[in-house]
Design a protein around this ligand. Structure first.
Ligand code: OOG
Ligand code: MG
Length: 253
């Protein structure tokens, strides 16, 4: 597998909003190589001046696994260029086939140098927030293998955050929903995320250490969606809601 060549192809596909064929249909590759491709393609962004600001977890709920047919946790990187402000406008013409999902975000309060546990995870976090993630697979028809989606940085394209709230704010067993112009279009419970959304941070700490990434003070970690993702359409005014955490919205043009 030409790690650098695939990373460049995926980076170009993301920049130009043009889909490419899945790589796994032509050549088999393993998860380690997939994370190398991801790391290299994020390296291309960093070389252009983007900053690494955190990580995202994927396939942490059954709803997402079943929607996409991938049944293992995945881990991707977030840069500052991927962050939208609350109430910003998202330009669909720059994207391929975007979808949206409601998420929970953690803000990290100290560098994580060992795998966390459910008992100590909250001592590495100072705030939590509701998030609205937009995903946009670079593969034709939004179809991929586990390795393909990891190489493609877990379909990340952007996210927006609601207000940061103290770490003590309850995120367990809360209702999460995606709303378009006052109509609920998807909903779930935060405990659909690995039985407890804090578990997603525990998994993020393990995966980061395994693949030589460092979750650092100030980083953001997205826990993964509790619901299936919904297709974006022009004219939508999307908002992600999490009970007790408020909401965050994006306009789709
Ligand atoms: C991969 C990204 C998964 C999540 O929250 O589970 C993800 C995809 O569905 O294309 O972001
Ligand atoms: Mg997500």
């Amino acid at each position: 597998m030409d790690v650098k060549g695939v990373a460049q192809a995926l980076d170009a596909a993301a920049m130009n909003g043009k889909a490419v064929n899945q790589f796994s249909t032509n050549e088999s590759y393993d998860l380690k190589q997939a994370y190398e491709i991801q790391s290299h393609s994020i390296g291309l962004r960093l070389a252009r001046g983007e900053q690494l600001i955190g990580y995202k977890m994927g396939f942490t709920s059954k709803a997402k696994m079943e929607q996409m047919g991938v049944h293992e946790l995945i881990f991707g990187r977030l840069t500052d260029a991927m962050q939208f402000q609350d109430a910003a406008t998202v330009d669909m013409d720059k994207m391929i086939h975007p979808r949206a999902e409601p998420e929970i975000a953690f803000r990290i309060s100290q560098d994580i140098s060992e795998p966390l546990t459910l008992e100590n995870a909250s001592s590495y976090v100072d705030s939590v927030a509701v998030a609205l993630e937009i995903i946009d697979s670079r593969y034709e028809n939004f179809k991929f293998s586990l390795e393909d989606v990891v190489a493609d940085n877990c379909s990340s394209i952007g996210f927006a955050l609601g207000p940061w709230l103290p770490v003590e704010t309850n995120i367990k067993n809360i209702l999460m929903s995606m709303v378009n112009l006052d109509v609920i279009i998807s909903k779930g419970n935060s405990d659909a995320i690995l039985g407890n959304p804090w578990e997603s941070l525990v998994e993020a700490s393990r995966t980061a250490l395994k693949y030589n990434s460092e979750i650092k003070k100030g980083h953001i970690v997205l826990a993964g969606a509790a619901t299936a993702a919904v297709h974006l359409k022009k004219g939508m005014v999307l908002s992600a809601h999490a009970e007790g955490l408020g909401s965050v919205s994006l306009d789709v043009e």
